[in-house]
Write a protein of this length. Structure first.
Length: 267
């Protein structure tokens, strides 16, 4: 079976996440349906990141393996997948891949960006979390830098029924706050080899609380040691899925570079 590597962007607003589910509309499900119209045999589709309901992607990576009776050129495959998928899913690139390539297992890093809006935006409501109160960006940046390194993210994960024994220990390669005064955006970027379930949205939620002055940097640091605080309801502060993008996935053979930014508000 030939193997292709797909680079995909999607607006997750209408979907119950990336991963295929029974009786739910998902991004992977839509791509599989499109591929099944092109190939008559068995199909294998796997993504590098399992984004939640409502979460978007600017650079999701998937592998597609399919039984085919004739060679299929990469440009033809990309064109036909884009013709068959809905308007809010776009296959940006298709590359031939080695037979053993696995989009999830072979990935060495994943990058996410969370978009906070500091003003009302008419064009990007689905892609931001608008926080109306003033945020202390310096404190948010200080807290974000603490996330870099090896930490116990017990306080920031949700129980994953598919991975009940998943370790909460994650090594974060980089984490930063970027302010864009011209667009009224604050970007929270984080990069690691992997993430536990809901980790990025819960980090973003508590970072927002730091910016609002409701959580101190010292309290945030204790949470990163895996020490719950009865006065801090991290789960309740999970940031809305609308602001989160899977920004890119890196593989060992690739040069590490920052992927193109997700959509911004028009101005």
């Amino acid at each position: 079976m030939p193997t292709w590597k797909l680079i995909i962007e999607y607006d997750g607003s209408r979907y119950s996440g990336w991963q295929e589910q029974i009786n739910a509309r998902t991004v992977a499900g839509e791509i599989r349906q499109a591929a099944e119209k092109l190939f008559s045999g068995r199909i294998e589709l796997m993504g590098a990141g399992r984004t939640d309901a409502g979460v978007h992607a600017a650079g999701q990576v998937a592998h597609l393996r399919a039984e085919t009776r004739r060679p299929v050129a990469t440009q033809e495959l990309m064109r036909r997948l884009n013709e068959e998928t809905p308007f809010d899913i776009a296959v940006l690139e298709v590359h031939e891949a080695p037979p053993g390539f696995h989009a999830r297992h072979d990935a060495v890093a994943r990058s996410y960006v969370y978009q906070f809006a500091t003003r009302k935006t008419a064009f990007s409501k689905k892609y931001v979390w608008w926080i109306k109160d003033k945020l202390n960006i310096a404190r948010m940046a200080e807290a974000a830098k603490l996330i870099e390194g090896r930490h116990d993210f017990t306080c920031f994960r949700a129980e994953d029924p598919t991975k009940p024994d998943d370790s909460p220990i994650v090594v974060v390669e980089s984490c930063e706050i970027e302010e864009q005064p011209d667009t009224g955006m604050i970007l929270f970027r984080i990069r690691a080899s992997h993430f536990v379930w809901r980790m990025v949205r819960r980090l973003a939620g508590v970072i927002a609380k730091v910016g609002l002055g409701e959580v101190t940097v010292a309290q945030f640091a204790k949470l990163l040691d895996g020490k719950p605080d009865a006065h801090l309801d991290v789960a309740a502060w999970t940031a809305p899925s609308s602001g989160l993008f899977l920004e890119g996935v890196t593989y060992r053979s690739e040069t590490r570079r920052r992927p193109p930014p997700p959509r911004r508000a028009a101005h």
